[in-house]
Design a protein around this ligand. Structure first.
Ligand code: KIV
Length: 272
């Protein structure tokens, strides 16, 4: 029987480590609100990420930079109320941890206290070392995020594949090892060559969750709005769409409009 299915009431960071040891893949998706979190949790997902991608898919911003700590806490509170089994990880938004370790710790404590989330995620390696140490010392589990780091989009200038060159690949490997040695319980690797991600997954004991990082990772994460086809004009190669909810919702709303205009809705069974 799989590690995650064994009467697990709540997925913990320890269970995730055990899953990696047993070779059981880890499933992770984003959620930002109560209703979606409840469906995703009921389906049996292992990790729910309250991602700062909320800035894009919930608020309509071009980047993840504008979302605030208060807004992330609001999304995380809503998600936590809908989840009973998955581990809920909450992104530290841009500006809430980069300044110094004290600020990083304060932001993380606010997330844990005010939202009830179970862990935080932040972007970066060596650059955020002191912050990771400080957060972990307070007992808050930390997930790292390397490769394409959307909070640094204005430094990169593009969302294309990262770490294709040797220097960047070497730094990514040493950052992954560093984050593991500090005590991070897992890492997200975003949009890097599959071979590199696979090498990292083999060289650390903690789970590596990939997005656009190939099949050699210990688990996969996608933005739920992309997987469900709610976002219509986003077609990266790594994305597999499992539904076309854009069309489903649009057709349902069109049918409703038609019925209201024609007087077909409500009928005599749909009134008091
Ligand atoms: O914010 C987010 O959705 C993420 C995933 C892409 C991993 O960080």
């Amino acid at each position: 029987m799989s590690v995650a299915k064994k009467e697990v009431k709540r997925i913990t960071t320890h269970i995730l480590l055990e899953m990696k040891k047993q070779g059981e893949k880890i499933s992770m998706l984003t959620a930002y609100d109560f209703s979606m979190a409840k469906i995703i949790d009921d389906a049996g997902i292992d990790i729910i990420l309250v991602g700062d991608s909320a800035s894009n898919v919930m608020a309509g911003h071009e980047t993840t930079l504008p979302i605030t700590l208060d807004q992330m806490i609001y999304h995380a509170q809503s998600v936590v109320r809908g989840v009973s089994r998955a581990l809920v990880v909450v992104d530290l938004p841009f500006g809430s941890y980069q300044a110094n370790p004290e600020k990083a710790l304060e932001s993380s404590i606010r997330i844990m206290k005010e939202s009830g989330g179970h862990a935080v995620k932040l972007e970066g390696g060596e650059e955020v070392k002191e912050s990771v140490i400080r957060i972990l010392a307070s007992g808050i589990p930390v997930m790292g995020h390397l490769g394409l780091m959307p909070q640094s989009i204005y430094k990169y200038g593009t969302y294309s594949v990262r770490a294709k060159e040797t220097d960047e690949a070497q730094k990514l490997i040493s950052d992954a090892k560093l984050l593991e040695s500090l005590g991070c319980f897992a890492l997200v690797l975003e949009k890097i060559p599959a071979e590199l991600a696979s090498e990292v997954a083999k060289s650390v004991q903690i789970p590596i969750i990939g997005i656009g990082a190939g099949e050699g990772c210990d688990g996969q994460v996608l933005v739920s709005h992309d997987l469900l086809g709610i976002t219509k004009d986003f077609h990266p190669r790594f994305l597999r769409r499992y539904a076309d909810l854009y069309a489903v919702v649009k057709d349902a709303v069109s049918a409703y409009i038609t019925d209201v205009k024609s007087g077909d809705f409500p009928n005599e069974n749909e009134r008091y």
